[in-house]
Design a protein. Sequence first.
Length: 296
Amino acid sequence: MAQRPIWRGHLRLALVSCPVALYNAKHDRAAIRFHLINPETGNRIQMVTQDSETEKPLSRRDLVKGYEFKKNTYLLMTDEDFDSVKVDSSETMTVEKFVEADSIDAIYYDASYYVVPDGQTGRDVYAVLLEAIEKTGRTALSRVVIGQRERTIALRPMQGGLVAQTLFEQRDINDAKTMFDDAAAIKTDPEMVKLATQLIDRQTGRYDPSDLEDRYETRLREMIDAKLKGEGIEEEATPEPAQTNVIDLMAALKRSLGDDAAATKADAKPAAKATAKAKPEKPAATPHRPSRKRAS
């Protein structure tokens, strides 16, 4: 079945324009879906659309949208009402300015859409705009109305065409400073940072989308298949991460880089200092560690 565009209109740069259509860049893959079931009968639960007061069942096609301007009181809206407030971006994506691609933080990106020439008219204009944007390496900013909301979009070249990515507004993003609570102000050891940087350089590679896999869904499918066959599935014990301190961190970084000899020294020196400072009159108590049950 051919995919339907979610928006049709024109892409405009100054006095140049061409007809385009927006198509969803992603699709819903065959993910595992569950239904709500009455365990006593094994039947699916049916959600009924009904009037909240009269409880009369209703068809969704007969419903209209309403704005609640006071408690339980609604202003009814028609299609004509929504049409009356259309703006230019309802039908035209006008490029407002160009920015460097790396000037937009990834946190602002939302959904992605393919911007495709709509018909034969204006394909040459589309090709010129695409090649010009590719050569400059810039990102075009425009606006488009999607789902009765005007969204700012970033237009950039990708695999022989243009991709539009909707951008969140600043008011949509939570304040990072209140979340991180001055985490960057924590004093660090320059040698540890150097070792961590070397480790990052060693593990740096090229991003490959094929490397990604939803391991939880894979295990979920295995469990469902096993239950359908009347079998069980082995539960893997999840190892708990070891608690580390500054001394352990230095040793762990060096071991990660393969410098076991240096790591051993790093362990030994602080241990010797700790022994020298220890008070001899009272031996340190051995902490009791409760045994952990293994997953069956």
